[in-house]
Design a protein around this ligand. Structure first.
Ligand code: 2BA
Length: 109
């Protein structure tokens, strides 16, 4: 068994949820925050049999698109001056950042 952890953009999360349910995958959605942009994103935890990992990855790829995102300068007032970016920066936020981990034990009680 494997645990797939996929960090995706909020905009794609409903579409991905629906696609996973349609294909009989079980998933947990977490509201998360990107360390760089400090804005919301969504992390899916998907536990699945090894033979279904490729199908899950295909569904993630099909339902999550990368987008350009402009990072506006944020005043350091009241914040940390070390992280201050004085000009807008455009970054390409990926469709999905995916980790596939082995699961040692899986139990449901
Ligand atoms: P964020 O950390 O908010 O990063 C958003 C986007 O900003 C990244 O998109 C990347 O294009 C850019 N970026 C991140 N760190 C940067 C840096 N030090 N310098 C310049 N640009 C930087 P993605 O790479 O597609 O990542 C999207 C989200 O996936 C990230 O949001 C983070 O929440 C997660 N993520 C990405 N790589 C990760 C990793 N190795 N471990 C854990 N989470 C990761």
């Amino acid at each position: 068994m494997k645990l797939i952890i996929a960090v995706i953009q909020d905009k794609d999360s409903n579409r991905l949820s629906n696609a996973l349910v349609d294909h009989n995958f079980r998933a947990t959605k977490l509201a998360t925050t990107g360390g760089f942009l400090k804005s919301g994103n969504t992390t899916f935890m998907i536990g699945t049999d090894d033979i279904r990992v490729d199908k899950a990855l295909e569904i993630i790829k099909e339902n999550c698109q990368s987008r350009e995102q402009l990072v506006a300068p944020v005043s350091p007032m009241g914040g940390n001056a070390d992280s201050y970016v004085p000009y807008p920066v455009e970054v390409e936020v990926g469709g999905a950042t995916v980790f596939v981990l082995p699961v040692e034990h899986f139990r449901q009680f």
